[in-house]
Design a binder for this molecule. Structure first.
Ligand code: SAH
Ligand code: SF4
Ligand code: F3S
Length: 437
């Protein structure tokens, strides 16, 4: 039996893709290993979203090559970097296999062919592939929370973003296979599923008489069992409907958390980024969410220093952060990606020093807002899904509240997968410190 080692970079969807790859190759007799030293095949499932993501991966591929010193190993680059760089990868780095996000069913064939010493490449994108029939080999650590991809690709053209080029056109997966997978997760002991897509709100699957939108899919999955929590990511503000907000309020087991990437607080930037909403639209959506679900968790992504961003634009981002008070944010400075609309049309003209300074200002403000948001929960009671022992103290357990905040509490009786009720007694800017009630 051959041993397969895969390192995963990038988004949650990529983690789920790695699970699909393990499933495809398990059928061919490849067994998963977490020990690179014993692997016959070493792969990186890669991310192209920012240049520093790619640089880090190159460093790792050089390390993979050290494994070739005293034995034969096959090295593969999969995913978004494979798709972006294609055969250029074979010229610059010693890799044997290059396979894009829609080519994973070809991996058995590529692995067989590579044994003759010829590098193999498949970077064909597809309009149909959703890996709907494949039952992923779960690689999560706790056996409590699983990812389910509901769609692939992206039809938006945010001008800074490489994803539509690396992942191809948007396509939605057969709704019944999604529900079946959720049932299967429950049967295996999972208590939470996260429905994944670059833009889940534009999920739309049709077959014969059937026509399912995201809200309908969400309801189908929520009805699998009240014991199975449902999360979803990512929501695009332009498509986020009242229907989804109302469903979240209706079903206890749909978690009250929305990852709601804003990218910038300035309308001029949003337009240039080709996000199809304004600051006002975004704030109206947030107000609507909070009026229907007052305790809803809200997190975001933001880009500092996009092309031509002025100090005024930057201040608008800061003021939006102050106004909304997100629980957490993923904060980046703009990284030009070759081939994107922004790379072709707009000079990357904010210097690195300014980008870094603006990013640091956003981070400093967000740290304050996170603390404020977590402090607001002191005294509240939450139902927590236990994930396991806390990292710092074996006498404590950790798990998430519905709003996605991490809770830690002294407890030696419960175990991963249990639901427990806690009261928040204190907090940091990233954790709620609780006691059992
Ligand atoms: N589909 C999601 C985002 C996917 S990429 C959405 O539309 O919100 C994840 C995050 O990476 C983005 O939200 C954005 O904040 C960031 N990002 C994408 N391209 C980037 C770039 N060229 N430079 C810096 N950050 C980028
Ligand atoms: Fe990229 Fe925009 Fe698609 Fe998100 S919605 S993946 S940011 S193009
Ligand atoms: Fe990265 Fe590709 Fe995901 S570029 S963020 S791994 S879709």
């Amino acid at each position: 039996m051959k041993k397969l080692y895969i390192e995963t970079y990038g988004c949650q969807m990529n983690v789920n893709d790695t699970e699909v790859i393990f499933a495809i190759l398990a059928k061919e007799g490849y067994q998963r290993t977490e020990n690179i030293e014993e692997a016959d095949v070493i792969m990186a499932n890669t991310c192209s979203v920012r240049d520093n993501a790619e640089q880090r991966i190159w460093g790792r591929v050089d390390q993979f090559n050290l494994q070739r010193k005293n034995r034969k190993v096959v090295i593969g680059i999969l995913g978004c970097m494979a798709e972006r760089l294609k055969d250029a990868l074979l010229d610059t780095h010693k890799v044997d296999i290059v396979a894009g996000p829609d080519a994973y069913r070809s991996l058995p064939r590529l692995l067989k062919a590579v044994s003759d010493g010829n590098p193999q490449i498949d970077v064909m994108l597809s309009r149909e592939e959703t890996y709907a029939d494949i039952n992923p080999v779960r690689i999560d650590k706790n056996g409590v929370s699983a990812y389910i991809s509901i769609m692939r690709g992206c039809n938006n053209v945010c001008s800074y973003c490489v994803v539509p080029y690396t992942r191809g056109a948007e396509r939605s997966r057969d709704a019944h296979t999604i529900v079946r997978e959720a049932c299967d997760c429950l049967a295996k002991g999972y208590k939470e599923v996260t429905l994944l897509g670059q833009n889940v709100d534009s999920y739309h699957w049709q077959s014969g008489e059937e026509d399912v939108n995201f809200a309908q899919l969400l309801e189908m999955v929520a009805q699998v069992s009240p014991e199975l929590r449902v999360r979803f990511s990512t929501s695009n503000p332009q498509d986020f409907s009242d229907e989804v907000i109302e469903l979240m309020a209706k079903y206890e087991n749909i978690c009250k958390h929305i990852h709601f990437p804003v990218q910038s607080g300035s309308n001029r930037m949003l337009e240039k980024m080709r996000r199809r909403y304004s600051r006002e639209w975004y704030l109206e959506r947030v107000a609507k969410i909070r009026s229907v679900i007052p305790d809803c968790g809200l997190t975001t992504d933001v880009i500092a220093g996009f092309c031509s961003e002025t100090e005024e634009d930057h201040k608008e981002t800061l003021s939006l952060f102050e106004e909304v008070c997100f629980d957490t944010a993923f904060m980046f400075y703009y990284s030009e990606r070759p081939g994107t609309l922004a790379a072709r049309k707009y000079p990357d003209d904010v210097d690195l020093e300014t980008k870094t300074r603006r990013l640091n200002e956003i981070i400093a403000l967000q740290n304050k807002m996170s603390l404020k948001s977590y402090k607001k929960d002191i005294g509240k009671r939450f139902r927590v899904l236990v994930e396991g022992p806390s990292k710092k103290n074996p006498e404590e357990l950790c798990g998430r509240a519905s709003n996605n905040k991490m809770c830690v509490f002294p407890d030696t009786c419960h175990k991963a997968g249990d639901y427990v009720d806690v009261e928040v007694v204190n907090c940091t800017s990233a954790t709620l410190l609780c006691k059992l009630v």
